[in-house]
Design a protein around this ligand. Sequence first.
Ligand code: ZN
Length: 317
Amino acid sequence: MVPRPDLGPPPNLGYTASCVDRATLCRGDEAAMTKLASDPRAGFYLIGGELVLMKKSSGVLQPLFAADEARAFAGARETIFLGLLEDAPLFAIALDPVMVEPLKARDDLQLTDLRTMAMHGLVEAVHLPPLAEAKALLGWHSRHRFCSNCGLPTRPVEAGWRRDCPSCKVQHFPRTDPVAIMLPISGDRCVLGRSPRFAATMWSCLAGFIEPGETIEDAVRREVLEEVGIKCGRVTYFTSQPWPFPMSLMIGCHTEALSDKIIVDHSELEDARWFEREELVLMLLRKHPQGLTATLPHAIAHHIIRRYIEEGADVLR
Ligand SMILES: [Zn+2]
């Protein structure tokens, strides 16, 4: 058995540990919403498509804008209420991506996608969960302007947490798409794969959308069998992560590999292979002799692998 290695203090998992009180009961109260929006402590995130606007102020990037600053930007679409952060109301505004493009030239602003912001810690960690909340919800609005029941335009209600169809009266709620992400394990080794999109040295967990009528456990077993041809048995849940690209929830699991031979589905993966636990330690510590790496700490795959390095096959108990 590999001894428990010292990987140092655990890194933060991106977009989790939200400090926001969603104050859901306020959403339907228009008078309360007007009052919250005019509160001098109110802060507004501004998002145009994939890009988040940040103010540059004395070497720090600040993603929250005051109401009057937010109003100065053209191309505003939906405004949504995210909740209260230390009693200060938090909102997010969708800006037309076409209107956002010229803002890239401004010296007082920085426009960056939310993945890069989490990867490089560009803003204080407290902003990442509400930004993920905002990015997923505004993305849903941008793709659900018309009723999927009758085809006519819908309108946002409940401070952005529902869209109603005035014609057929159907209520549409924001979606979250569940994705199973997993590490198949056999004793002191496990299977990682690489997508053709990855950096040349990077390996990660396998993952796939959970289908209608499927349990998390069945989705884990199906995805592993489809992607690498390995039959799995026991599945244990580890943790989850909001992944607002566009609006997924990553459900992290470990699973017991019951077979050995890998058959890679090349329509999904560039490659997959077995890794010894010792090799994973070198990858996480960035000391691998061939320079191989695992997913960065902002993403759940890093934490699924790390937990297996620390606990070994006990993660399946
Ligand atoms: Zn309708």
